[in-house]
Ligand binder design. Sequence first.
Ligand SMILES: C[S@@+](CC[C@H](N)C(=O)[O-])C[C@H]1O[C@@H](n2cnc3c(N)ncnc32)[C@H](O)[C@@H]1O
Length: 259
Amino acid sequence: MPDGLVSPALRIPQIFFGLSQTAGLVKTLNSLISQIGDVADPRSQWFMADNLITYGHTAGFREDCRFISAVQGARPKPMELAIAWRTHTLCWAAQSCLGLEGDYVECGTYEGYSMDVVLRYLDGLPRRRCWLYDLFDPSGSAGEGKRLPEHSPALYQKVKERFQNWTNVTVTQGKVPDVLHQAMPERIAFLHIDMNNPEAELGAMELLFNRLAVGGMVIFDDYGWTGYQDQKQAADKFAAKQGLSVLELPTGQGLMLKR
Ligand SMILES: C[S@@+](CC[C@H](N)C(=O)[O-])C[C@H]1O[C@@H](n2cnc3c(N)ncnc32)[C@H](O)[C@@H]1O
C-alpha cells in the first residue's frame, strides 16, 4: 500500500472506502506514482486517502502542528486518520466562526471523534457551549440511521465520558430533529451535520438554521459522496429556499455560509 505519502507525524493508511478488493488498485497507484513523481521524497507531491488522490497540492494540514497534536490527542483509529483532510476542513470552519455569537452544534456524533479533534484544535472552545446529538443505539429502522460497528446501548455513556473533561459540552441522546426540542442553543455559530440521513438532516436544518448567526457556517459531511445523493438534494433544496448554495469540497463535504 503506498502509504507514508504524508508527514510521518500523520500517516494515513486507508485510501479507499467502498472497494471490495484493493490489490489491483495498489498496483495501479504504485505504477502511477513511479511514472509521475518521486515516492522516495518524504515531502511527497502525493496525497492519497479517503477516496481522494491529489498530485502537486500542498495539503498543508500535514504540516500543521496544532492540527496534528489535536488529531493525536483524540487517539484516532486508522479510518479516522484517513479522513484527516476532512477533519482539518472542519477545524478550519469551526475556527472561522469563533468571531461570531453562538454555540457549536453537531448532529450525528457517533463516537465523538471529529468534535473531539475540533475541541482540542480550539483549546476547548472557551466561553461557549458545544451541543452533540446522536441516537447512539439506532434501531436500524428506516429514518433512524444505519447501524455502525460501535453503536450499542453503552455508546452514549462512552461518548459522555470522552467529553467529561470539557464542562461546556452537552451530549444528548435521541432522534434528530425531535430531540432538539428538548435542548438546543438559542444562538449558533457553527453547525456540523453528519447523520447519513436526509430526513433527519433536513429536519435539523429547518429547526437550527434560523438560530445560526450571519456569517456562520454549516458543514455537511456526506454532501459530495455518490452514495448520499439524497442528502445532497435535501441540502441543495434547503439552501436554495434561503437564497444560498452549498459548495462541494474535494473532501466530499459541503460548505454553506449564511449571509
Ligand atoms: C457517520 S456517523 C457520525 C460521525 C461523527 N460525526 C464523526 O465525524 O466522528 C452518523 C451518526 O448519525 C447518527 N444518526 C443518524 N440518524 C440520526 C437521527 N435521526 N438522530 C440522531 N442521530 C442520528 C447515527 O446514530 C450515527 O452515529
